[in-house]
Design a protein around this ligand. Structure first.
Ligand SMILES: Cc1cc2nc3c(=O)[nH]c(=O)nc-3n(C[C@H](O)[C@H](O)[C@H](O)COP(=O)(O)OP(=O)(O)OC[C@H]3O[C@@H](n4cnc5c(N)ncnc54)[C@H](O)[C@@H]3O)c2cc1C
Length: 462
C-alpha cells in the first residue's frame, strides 16, 4: 500500500538526458497517480492551503473533484479563481505558499497541490474544455497594458464580468516573462502558454501586439482619444541591473533577461533559427535566484560548462528549492560565497575571465539575511568566455514618464493600492512586477485580480 505520509512521486526526465535537450523536465501525473495523490487530501473545513494561495483557489474543492474522477468539474472550480492553472501548476513556489500550509505537512509531506493543479489544467487543455464566458457585455471599455500574468488575469476577470477589454503588448508575442523569460524545459510555450492564452481570448479579450505604450500611443491618449474608461498597467519589471564592476560592457557579457530572450523568444537554441547567442564553452552566471538558475540551465543545454557565482551560501539561495536541486543534478557547478570583482577582457574586447573573491557570512543585514563579507587576500581568477548577470530587474520608466500624474517610488515602481490596484491617477490601476518589482507569477495574478475588482467597483458605479 502507498505511504500516505509521502507524495505520490512525479516522473521526470533523467538528469543526464535532460541536460542536453530543451524538452520539459517534469512529466506530471497521469490520472491514476493524480487520484492516488488527491486521496491524501484531508478536505479540511478551515482549509489553510486556500489562505496560502494569492488567488484563493478552492483547493480542497478541486481536489475532491479529482478524487471522484471528475476532472472537468475540478477545472471549473480552479477556473473560478485562476485563468492560468497549467502555468501556475508548473512555476508557482507552492512550497512556500499553499503546500507549506497543508496539514498533511505536519507529520509527513504536504499534498502535491501544484502537481494536481497541473494535471487538471493539462487535462482541460487536451480536452479543450471551454472557460465560462460572460452572458452579456456591459458596454464599458477597458485597456490593459502588458500581456504577462497580471495583465492576462486582469483582462480575463474583466471579460468574464462583461467588459470590452483590449490588451496592448509591446512585443510580437503574448505572455510576458512566461514566453521570453522562463525556459521551454520548465514551461512549454506551444503546449501550455499559448493554449492557456487562447482560453483568455475565448473569453472575448482582444489583443494588439507590437504596441509600446509611451511610444506608439500613451495612456492619456487611450483615455482621451480612444474612449477607454479605465486602464490597468501590468508592464512588469524588465529592466536589468548590473554590478558596475570593470569589464561589464565587454562582448560576451549578457543580462540574464537578454540571454533568455535570445533563447526562448528568438529560439537561439533551435538550429532552424539564426539568432546569435554566445553559447560559450565556460559560462558564469552571477546571482542565485530563479532567473539565474534558468540562465545557467539554458547555457548548460547549449553545451557549456556552467558556474553559478553567488555571494552568500546555499541556505540563502533565493531560487526555488526544486530549481536548485534540478540545476545541481544536471551538473551546474556552484561557486558559493564568491563575489565578482572584475570581468577580464582580451585585446579584442571579449570576455576572457573573471576575478572573484571569497566571502564569509557576517551579521544579519536589513533583509534579516547574514551579510556577506569579503575575505582579504582570497581573490582568484576564473577562466571564462561568457558572463551572464542575473542581479534583478526594475520596471522600465517609459510608462511613468509619459503618463501625467502617475506616481512612482524610488525603485521606479508604480505606486498602487494593494487591495484594488488604484494608482495616483484617476481611472488608472496597476499591479504585478510593475508595482512590486520582480516577484512571482501568482503574486502578479493576484494583483491582476485586485485590479479587475478595483476597475469593476469604479465602472459599475458610473
Ligand atoms: C527568467 C525568469 C524566471 C522566473 N521564474 C519564475 C518561477 O519559476 N515562478 C514564479 O512564480 N515566477 C517566476 N518569475 C517571475 C515572474 O515571471 C514574474 O513575477 C511575472 O511574470 C510578473 O508578471 P507581470 O504580468 O507583472 O509582468 P511580465 O510577465 O513582465 O509582463 C509584462 C508585459 O508587459 C509588456 N510591456 C512592458 N512595457 C510595455 C509598454 N510600454 N507597452 C506595452 N507593453 C509593455 C512586456 O513586454 C511584457 O509582455 C521568473 C522571472 C524570470 C525573468
Amino acid at each position: 500500500m502507498a505511504d500516505v505520509l509521502k507524495k505520490v512521486p512525479v516522473r521526470e526526465q533523467e538528469a543526464k538526458v535532460r541536460a542536453t535537450n530543451f524538452e520539459e523536465v517534469c512529466y506530471g501525473y497521469d490520472k491514476e497517480e493524480a487520484v492516488e495523490e488527491a486521496v491524501r487530501c484531508l478536505n479540511c473545513k478551515n482549509a489553510k492551503c486556500i489562505q496560502g494561495c494569492p488567488v484563493a483557489i478552492n483547493i480542497p474543492g478541486f481536489i475532491s473533484k479529482v478524487k471522484e474522477g471528475d476532472i472537468e468539474g475540478a477545472y471549473k472550480v480552479i477556473g473560478e479563481s485562476s485563468a492560468l492553472p497549467a502555468i501556475c501548476g508548473r512555476v508557482c513556489p507552492q512550497e512556500s505558499q499553499c503546500e507549506c500550509k497543508c496539514i498533511r505537512g505536519i507529520k509527513g509531506e504536504p499534498v502535491s497541490i501544484g502537481k494536481l493543479e497541473r494535471f487538471v489544467a493539462d487535462y482541460a487543455l487536451e480536452h479543450d474544455i471551454k472557460p465560462q464566458k460572460a452572458e452579456k457585455m456591459n458596454g464599458h471599455k477597458v485597456a490593459v497594458i502588458g500581456s504577462g500574468p497580471s495583465g492576462l488575469t486582469c483582462a480575463g476577470d474583466l471579460a468574464k464580468m462583461g467588459y470590452d477589454v483590449t490588451v496592448f503588448e509591446a512585443l510580437h508575442e503574448l505572455g510576458g516573462v512566461l514566453v521570453y523569460g522562463i525556459p521551454e524545459f520548465r514551461l512549454p510555450k506551444e503546449k501550455v502558454v499559448k493554449k492557456e492564452i487562447e482560453k483568455v481570448k475565448e473569453l472575448g479579450v482582444k489583443f494588439e501586439t507590437n504596441v509600446v505604450i509611451g511610444k506608439s500611443t500613451t495612456i492619456d491618449q487611450l483615455m482621451e482619444e480612444e474612449d477607454f474608461e479605465a486602464v490597468f498597467i501590468g508592464s512588469g519589471a524588465g529592466l536589468p541591473m548590473f554590478m558596475g564592476i570593470p569589464g561589464e560592457t565587454a562582448n560576451g557579457v549578457f543580462s540574464a533577461n537578454e540571454y533568455l530572450t535570445r533563447s526562448n523568444l528568438m529560439k537561439a537554441f533551435d538550429d532552424n533559427y539564426d539568432t546569435p547567442i554566445a553559447a560559450g564553452r565556460k559560462v558564469a552566471v552571477v546571482g542565485g535566484g530563479n532567473v539565474a538558475m534558468d540562465a545557467a540551465r539554458t547555457a548548460l543545454r547549449l553545451g557549456a560548462e556552467v558556474h553559478i557565482v553567488y555571494r552568500r551560501s546555499e541556505a540563502e539561495l533565493p531560487a526555488r528549492v526544486e530549481e536548485v536541486h534540478h540545476a545541481m543534478e544536471e551538473g551546474i557547478i556552484f561557486n558559493l560565497l564568491t563575489n565578482p570583482k572584475e570581468i577580464l577582457v582580451d585585446e579584442n574586447g571579449w570576455v576572457r575571465g573573471m576575478r572573484v573573491i571569497k566571502m564569509e557570512l557576517g551579521e544579519p543585514d536589513a533583509s534579516g539575511r547574514r551579510r556577506p563579507v569579503e575575505i582579504p587576500g582570497s581573490e582568484y581568477e576564473m577562466e571564462l568566455d561568457t558572463v551572464i548577470m542575473s542581479l534583478g530587474t526594475s520596471p522600465n520608466p517609459l510608462i511613468a514618464s509619459t503618463t501625467k500624474g502617475l506616481e512612482t517610488n524610488r525603485r521606479k515602481c508604480i505606486v498602487a493600492e494593494e487591495e484594488n490596484g488604484q494608482t495616483s491617477k484617476a481611472c488608472v490601476y496597476a499591479g504585478g512586477d510593475a508595482v512590486t518589482g520582480a516577484a512571482t507569477v501568482i503574486l502578479a495574478m493576484g494583483a491582476g485580480k485586485a485590479g479587475a475588482k478595483g476597475i469593476h467597483e469604479l465602472l459599475s458605479n458610473k
